[in-house]
Ligand binder design. Sequence first.
Ligand code: HEM
Length: 512
Amino acid sequence: MAWSPIATELLLVSAVFCLVLWVARAWQPRVPKGLKSPPGPWGWPLLGNVLTLGKTPHLALTRLSQQYGDVLQIHIGSTPVLVLSGLDTIRQALVQQGDDFKGRPDLYSFTLVTDGQSMTFNPDSGPVWAARRRLAQNALKSFSIASDPASLCTCYLEEHVSKEAEALLGRLQQRMAEAGRFDPYNEVLFSVASVIGAMCFGKRFPQSSEEMLSLISSTNDFVETASSGNPVDFFPILRYLPNPSLQKFKAFNQKFFRFLQNIVQEHYQDFDESNIQDITGALLKHNEKGSRTSAGHIPHEKIVNIINDIFGAGFDTITTAISWSIMYLVTNPEIQRKIQEELDRVIGRARQPRLSDRLQLPYLEAFILELFRHTSFVPFTIPHSTTRDTILKGFYIPKERCVFVNQWQVNHDPKVWGDPSKFRPERFLTADGTAINKTLSEKVILFGMGKRRCIGEVMAKSEIFLFLAILLQRLEFSVPAGVKVDLTPIYGLTMKHPHCEHVQARPRFSTK
Ligand code: HEM
């Protein structure tokens, strides 16, 4: 009997389909008896669930968690990805089973950061990573929240922020005199970069150089590509096709690395062990002292890698937080008024706010917590990966499984927050309104938790508080009547609001 061409084609397509299914099944790890794999949606061969993720993966994965639960599995291309939601489940994985979940996956985009030598974006989670993390943490602490013996301020951070916030006040008033409006993101970016620049490099930081300004203003080229679920990490072919955002990501990383390398190199030439004044100096000193064989030893040419991690994380995240704050304040004038009433009552107008005022300003603190929760502008942690075969909530998770941790879901879980879509700072105040409800505040997750928890959390919270307190004591922010402010977040490692060039600031009182 002769086969018709259509029947032959059908047979061939079915055979290829069966083969793809068989290969996909054969690749799945064997699940030990009595255990099961996490549930998840059906995915297309070769594509997996990438189309479901779309342009807002944090929302898509939140919807999936309502259907499949806190431990679910998707595929991006042919790569299985574990997705964790729910505060208790995330705490169980990252804290109670922290060693199992502390790894980072081997993603293509990670190899492009800091020449593949980043402490943050790197599959290493062994003793070398642990020693570098400790070193970075200590150096950061010494030059942010530790006291500066040569200054009247509480600490280095207060000294730098007070100075930069004062300069920012002046610049905003100048913009108002010149143009009658400004784009808050660009203005805040410069001030926040100057703070972390001063901490990392002291006076050597080229604060206003063209190179530095062009670099910091292209940080979006980084956060867009370094986001969880970027197809370039899961479909190798996309690395070879024309891909403008990948090209920009590569260019940004190279320029950023070179820029920092030059400053660190300069620093090394005139390094004086008896006079350490910044994070680079502290790292160089550690190396002079450290044993050359210990895991903690870092050759001086590698110090730039740690600086890259600290500097990079230190300006983008904080700028994003302060800029979002201004956007929420102009769209919620009533909340702005309450913060300013509190500032007037507690601090008055005769002196600048200080870090030590923080406990006496619970409403401002509640505003910051609600901003973190409501925007969840770091929607996922940086991807994790399992370091060994493990079991989570009865599900079997094999070694080296890529893990996405959905912070946005936790911060919008109706079971925890009741009315998650409402912006309501009061939810974080105690019944008498005089303090923060600590138990509730600990349910906001924006800095990760466990072994990979952000090392800049304490500094970031203090810096955001002080910038906002100083700005809001002196200025009232607004947008002209009729201007529509778009608060739709743009997905990325950090989510930004669309640029708004119509913000205005009016002095609240005369300082003459
Ligand atoms: C509002 C500000 C910030 C937010 C929301 C934030 C959030 C995060 C998150 C979500 C992670 C990933 C945690 C994980 O993978 O589980 C992280 C890691 C990290 N952050 Fe931050 N961060 C902020 C500010 C900072 C600052 C100011 C610095 C340093 C000056 C910093 C340095 C780091 C470093 C080095 C890591 C990597 C830790 C590791 O992989 O071991 N961050 N941050």
